[in-house]
Design a protein around this ligand. Structure first.
Ligand SMILES: NC(=O)c1ccc[n+]([C@@H]2O[C@H](COP(=O)([O-])OP(=O)(O)OC[C@H]3O[C@@H](n4cnc5c(N)ncnc54)[C@H](OP(=O)(O)O)[C@@H]3O)[C@@H](O)[C@H]2O)c1
Length: 334
């Protein structure tokens, strides 16, 4: 039987999400990869429980995570049932709807019909009464933002979610979503954004909006799916994401990208960190950031990554050396 470590709250920092009452761990665990029906349940369980023992209280899911879609929620539901469920009040569980989930016109994008039906399905898969955060996974250009936000509002008011969030919205869409939610009397808890040394688009306006509106911000793929680690320095390992997933392709790991990774690795070494640790610290450096959501294919990666928190400070010369490496070479698109 699993018993959580008593010292699980001794070293993880928790940061307030915007002006809400919710604190999130500096590192959260995402279940996009390695928790599907195709993966070993024993490994998924080990990663989840190690995360909780390390003070990671927030687990991020979506309706479509797997493969097959939905199976990451089923896996997480199994781990809740066997081990973690007794700690439910210590957990923040998030899920989302917005990408293709089931056939026909009601299983994708941002209608009220899709979002609310999907939330019910997610709750059934995880065997939960409520999730803590329910996200609109992406903006829908063909559904009025009022309808999508009203669905989030209804999800919260019905008690099936405690907080509303958005993901992948640009600055203007974010401003509008926050405003509509506010008119409904429903604060937007958090925006989930793609942000890493290899993907800095949110610096061009979105962070300003979140700062002004005092809405939380959580970065996904801070390791650029594993590129910002030592994983690919000597080739593409058979058990790596680039070898196993359609979302990261070996063609993306060009000699120029590797050169960049090596250069960043040198700076990390001078800081006494691995590249993965420096990439996490770098993503957390902006005060707008409530936390980052990392993925892991084994518990040891989590252990290494959590140690990033021992050195979060950057000197100006480190930051400009990083900027220089990032600016001088090709973008890897991960
Ligand atoms: N809202 C959205 O649209 C959206 C989109 C994407 C992701 N997300 C969320 O963000 C979460 C994290 O995304 P992500 O998995 O792409 O994050 P990530 O942290 O950038 O990448 C995680 C992957 O990097 C590798 N890795 C991790 N630590 C390592 C280490 N210390 N050394 C070597 N390799 C290491 C592992 O890949 P290997 O398999 O190669 O070991 C791991 O699965 C997702 O699970 C999901 O919850 C949200």
């Amino acid at each position: 039987m699993y018993l959580a470590r008593e010292d699980r709250y001794s070293s993880m920092p928790y940061r307030r999400s915007g002006r809400s009452g919710i604190h999130l761990p500096a590192l959260s665990l995402g279940l996009w990869h390695n928790f599907g029906g195709v993966d070993k349940l024993s490994n998924s369980r080990a990663i989840t429980l190690r995360a909780f023992d390390l003070g990671i209280t927030h687990f991020d899911l979506a309706n479509n995570y797997g493969p097959p879609p939905g199976s990451a929620e089923s896996t997480f539901g199994q781990v809740l049932a066997s081990d973690l469920g007794v700690y439910r009040d210590e957990l923040i569980i998030s899920t989302k709807a917005g990408y293709d989930m089931w056939p026909g016109p009601y299983g994708d994008w941002g209608s009220r019909k899709y979002l609310l039906a999907s939330l019910d399905q997610s709750l059934r898969r995880m065997k939960l009464d409520y999730v803590d955060i329910f996200y609109s996974h992406r903006p829908d250009p063909n559904t009025p933002a009022e309808e999508t936000m009203a669905a989030l509002d209804q999800a919260v008011r019905s008690g099936k979610a405690l907080y509303a969030g958005i993901s992948n919205y640009d600055s203007a869409q974010t401003k509008r979503a926050i405003e509509i939610l506010r008119q409904l009397g429903m604060p937007c808890l958090i925006h989930q954004v793609k942000y890493s040394m290899f993907h800095r688009t949110p610096e061009q306006g979105l962070f300003d909006v979140l700062n002004q509106e005092q809405v939380g911000c959580i970065a996904f793929s801070p390791l650029a799916q594993g590129l910002l680690t030592d994983r690919y320095l000597t080739g593409v390992p058979a058990d790596s994401r680039a070898a196993r997933s359609v979302f990261l392709k070996p063609e993306q790991i060009t000699p120029q990208v590797l050169e960049k990774i090596r250069g960043l690795g040198e700076i990390a070494k001078q800081r006494g960190q691995t590249l993965a640790q420096m990439a996490i610290a770098w993503a957390l450096r902006n005060p707008v950031m409530t936390g980052v959501i990392i993925g892991a294919s084994r518990p040891e990666q989590l252990e290494q990554n959590v140690s990033a928190l021992k050195n979060l400070a950057f000197s100006n010369s480190e930051l400009s050396a990083i900027d220089q490496i990032l600016a001088t070479q090709v973008k890897p698109h991960a």
